[in-house]
Design a protein around this ligand. Structure first.
Ligand code: DX5
Ligand code: ZN
Length: 212
């Protein structure tokens, strides 16, 4: 299971969180970009992300919680960004966004918020590198894991298997020690976490999970 460490934290500044993750075996650093429109909060600008990229060689996993994700893609593509996730709910032209991300040589993922029906995502599966199921309401770290979202994972995994697609399935929000066994059982390909990874001994938590 791949691990992506989110830098949204009440304990550390973004810079400190990046420095903490940099010393671990984490696969990606997860940057939650919020525009104050798609979600209420506002976080990092492209300028911030350029600064972050100078602090680490770890690849970035960028989660765009923004309207019109298209306008962020070219700027991100010149940085060490491995994945870009955008929300199905945030654009009227998902296929164009997918194409744009792919044309920049970046892995593309589509996220769905808890209120979105998973069936809306199924048609896009053949074009995506991964689907991301939100297990909290987008906008903040430290929320409670919504176990009721796991049926979406089951439907996605079943469809992917039946149709022979290569799409991976990621989960973001409220991941912790208690629900990780369940997520492993569901064969989730990558989990994102902030609160769990950053609240304890980050290096120990991550390096132990990577050994499993
Ligand atoms: C929520 C973000 C998540 C969040 C995860 O809007 O997309 O990536 O930072 O934080 P935890 O693990 O604390 O739920
Ligand atoms: Zn996220």
């Amino acid at each position: 299971m791949k691990l992506s460490g989110s830098i949204l934290s009440s304990k550390y500044s973004a810079k400190e969180a990046i420095n903490v993750y940099d010393k671990t075996d984490i696969d990606y650093i997860h940057i939650d970009v919020m525009d104050g429109k798609f979600v209420e909060s506002k976080t990092y600008t492209i300028g911030d992300i350029i600064k972050f990229s100078k602090l680490t060689n770890k690849p970035f996993d960028v989660h765009l919680m923004v309207n019109n994700p298209d306008k962020y893609i070219d700027d991100l593509s010149i940085l060490n960004v491995n994945n870009i996730t955008f929300h199905l709910e945030a654009t009227k032209k998902p296929l164009e966004v997918i194409e744009h991300i792919k044309n920049n040589g970046i892995k593309v993922g589509m996220a769905i918020s808890p209120e979105t029906n998973v069936k809306e995502l199924l048609d896009y599966l053949p074009y995506l590198d991964y689907a991301l199921v939100m297990t909290v309401t987008p906008g903040a770290s430290g929320q409670k894991f919504m176990e009721s979202m796991l049926y979406k994972v089951e439907i996605l995994k079943k469809t992917i298997e039946e149709k022979g697609f290569k799409t991976l399935v990621y989960v973001d929000g409220g991941v912790n020690e208690e629900n990780l066994p369940l997520l492993k059982e569901k064969d989730i390909d990558m989990v994102v976490s902030s609160n769990y990874f950053l609240s304890g001994n980050t290096k120990e938590i991550i390096n132990n999970l990577k050994k499993d």
